[in-house]
Design a binder for this molecule. Structure first.
Ligand code: ZN
Ligand code: ZN
Length: 357
């Protein structure tokens, strides 16, 4: 596979731009290798420039790929943009969802009239959505680490611990195993609280006979994992057990529809139909899944509004849910790599309704 900067330069050219100004730090890191907290990059067919301030000059020497010219600027890195541009009339793309109105005004003020500023979003994200083999291995390792921490958590039992204690224990165990940090704030939501898809762990004890939604991930080597399991602390009752089986059926149907060439919207629809056919459509209010990589939410999106198409090398979640307000919630989420004939499931935790103390 050609280098990222070369592929990006092609994409910039195809977008009708001469240069792309990259200000989102995750994108800057992806393209240049830089991991500090103040840096921008300019990439185009004739341009490979990285800019940082004096604090990061040495770090950039080590991290930033040698194909980039490295510039040192004042703390306001936009000051250096004009000097890094090729000559002549130019169309300069900027990441419009990663730039404030104030920064944009400042940039316009700094640049000569020969430079046209063009809002251009998602170009680096489009490359990031298709993982290189080495990236997939890092995500696989993050996922395995998170799985191991979860398995230990379940062995230790949940009843009598608060949601917050459980979340903290899971996060601490992931760090012990080498994770840099959780890839997002862990969700532990028991009983009726599980009906909130983005519930925050409370200082409330988990009781016997509840469903507990646990959504967690590890960041390892810069890459994220993401997984959800819903476990029972004893028999949660007939309605909850049925909802679990329905979500599992939808999840398996969704997994079965994932393959290179599929429309993300169609994959969402396959899983959604299982839940809707059971008369529970209103209880599944979010998209089926999302891409995962350097960020825990990135492209492609699996939802009713997505225009994305799946390609081999996408890493996505498949995570349908059923949420019954005041009663319980169920979500089952796996992380998968899209392949030519289906998908490779990275999550290794079983999916039958697990019961723990
Ligand atoms: Zn999740
Ligand atoms: Zn997710």
């Amino acid at each position: 596979m050609r280098g990222r900067a070369e592929r990006l330069a092609d994409a910039v050219d195809e977008a009708g731009l001469d240069v792309l100004l990259i200000t989102d730090l995750v994108n800057v890191g992806y393209v240049t290798g830089y991991s500090g907290s103040n840096g921008i990059a300019l990439v185009g067919p004739r341009t490979r420039t990285f800019v940082t301030d004096f604090r990061y000059v040495e770090q950039a020497e080590v991290e930033v790929h040698s194909s980039f010219q490295r510039l040192r600027a004042s703390l306001d890195l936009l000051d250096a943009v004009d000097g890094a541009l090729p000559e002549g009339q130019l169309r300069l793309g900027f990441e419009d969802s990663h730039m404030s109105v104030r920064q944009h005004a400042r940039l316009r003020e700094l640049l000569p009239d020969r430079v046209e500023l063009v809002g251009a979003d998602g170009i680096v994200e489009g490359l990031r959505a298709v993982k290189e083999p080495e990236e997939i291995e890092r995500i696989r390792a993050a996922s395995a680490l998170a799985d191991a921490a979860f398995e230990r958590l379940i062995r230790d039992g949940l009843v009598g611990r608060t949601e917050r204690e459980v979340a903290i224990a899971l996060e601490a165990d992931m760090r012990d195993r080498g994770a840099q940090r959780p890839s997002f704030e862990t969700i532990v939501a028991a009983g009726p609280h599980g009906a909130l898809p983005h519930a925050q762990p409370r200082e409330v004890e988990i009781k016997a006979g509840q469903l507990v939604v646990i959504d967690w991930g590890a960041e390892l080597d810069g890459y994220c994992s993401d997984c959800t399991r819903t476990v029972a602390t004893g028999d949660p009752g007939e309605e909850a057990r049925q909802a679990y089986e329905l979500v599992l059926e939808a999840q398996l149907a969704g997994l079965g529809a994932v393959r290179a060439g599929a429309d993300a919207r169609a994959v969402d629809a396959v899983a959604r139909a299982v839940i809707a056919d059971a008369g529970q459509g209103e209880r599944f209010g979010h998209g089926l899944g999302h891409g995962v990589g350097l960020a825990v939410h990135e492209g492609p999106r699996l939802s009713q509004r997505s225009d994305d198409g799946l390609v081999a090398g996408n890493v996505v979640t498949v995570e349908p849910g059923v949420y019954v307000p005041g009663e319980f919630g169920v979500r089952i989420e796996d992380l998968v790599v899209v392949t030519d004939d289906g998908c490779d499931i990275l999550t290794s935790i079983p999916k039958h309704l697990m019961t723990t103390d």
